[in-house]
Design a protein around this ligand. Structure first.
Ligand code: ATR
Length: 281
């Protein structure tokens, strides 16, 4: 009888990482493929990132995710980067191939897939994005590459927004512009409004300080926060008649994409979603 008791291990490095829901979601994805693979959360302080990556490679992990605060810091340790990871300047997924570490970013691609699954075609759409941090960069770059017409970035730290504006205008055919975020900032006419800030992330009860009169019935509003009970922003936009989506679907598809890159197989997004719903219930 042929036996192989070696566990196939994947996981995430972050700091802090205790409340990350990924293991349940990823292991549901592996199980949907009949794979008994594990997903381990590993707390790694910023000053230990290099040695932790070497350790993970030495232990022959089958795949790795990176989360706050390692998404940008890990770039110099990669042997290669995907096109969008190098434009975005951050990675959340590592592939181990023939002794090489390849950095990829599935955050923005997960966002684009979740839009498609919700029946929204990004081609020619006008987007307004709140925030210009890591999540916003990934979403803006992938939406621009996916063919949206324009992106207006609204952010408090205007330099960050301008840097992202330049990146999009130089590297994609989408038109980007910026607005400085002041209290009650007006939202220009658009098809899709995206909250890519952490405002409203549990237990923060806050709401982005924008002019809510500018949210009109029929507008698509996407919150990237996957709060189970929904954020005040989500609830308000819904009350105003917008078609609203939360961040759970994006979370699932960025994970499903990572599994696909690691295994070459497509996991069941439904089973991954169900696992998250049970966890949040
Ligand atoms: P992430 O990786 O989740 O995107 P980040 O890189 O720290 O996190 O970025 C957070 C973004 O949310 C930033 O654009 C930040 O604005 P600044 O660049 O001006 O700091 C934005 N943000 C955070 N809190 C905010 C608030 N209360 N109101 C408006 N924007 C906020």
């Amino acid at each position: 009888m042929k036996t192989n008791f070696r566990l196939r291990i994947t996981g995430a490095l972050g700091f802090p990482i205790d409340e990350n829901p990924s293991p349940v979601m990823f292991e549901a994805g592996f199980a949907s493929l009949g794979l008994d693979w594990r997903y381990q959360l590993i707390e790694v302080r910023p000053e230990h990132l290099k040695v932790a990556l070497q350790g993970v490679q030495a232990m022959q992990f089958d795949g790795l995710n990176l989360t706050i605060p390692h998404k940008v810091a890990a770039i110099p340790y990669m042997d290669d980067l995907s096109k969008s990871a190098s434009i975005i300047g951050a990675i959340n997924t590592v592939l181990f191939r023939d002794g090489r570490m390849i950095g990829e970013n599935t955050d923005g691609k997960g966002f684009v897939i979740s839009m498609e699954k919700n029946g929204i075609n990004l081609q020619g759409k006008r987007l307004v994005v709140l925030g210009a941090g890591g999540a916003s960069r990934a979403i803006c770059v992938e939406c621009a590459l996916a063919g949206c017409d324009s992106i207006t970035i609204i952010n408090g730290t205007i330099e960050k927004a301008k840097e992202l504006e330049t990146l999009i205008n130089e590297q994609t055919s989408c038109r980007a512009s910026v607005i400085e975020w002041t209290p009650g900032v007006r939202i220009p006419e658009c098809d899709i409004l995206i909250n890519a800030t952490p405002v409203g992330l549990y237990p923060d009860p806050g709401m982005p300080d924008i002019c809510y009169d500018d949210i009109r019935p029929g507008m698509i509003v996407q919150d990237i926060i996957p709060n189970p009970a929904h954020t005040p922003f989500y609830k308000k936009a819904k009350e105003l008649g917008a078609t609203v989506y939360d961040g759970q679907s994006m979370l699932v598809y960025q994970g499903a994409l990572a599994i696909e890159l690691w295994t070459g197989l497509t996991p069941s997004d439904e089973q991954m979603k169900d696992a998250l719903h049970r966890l949040f219930a």
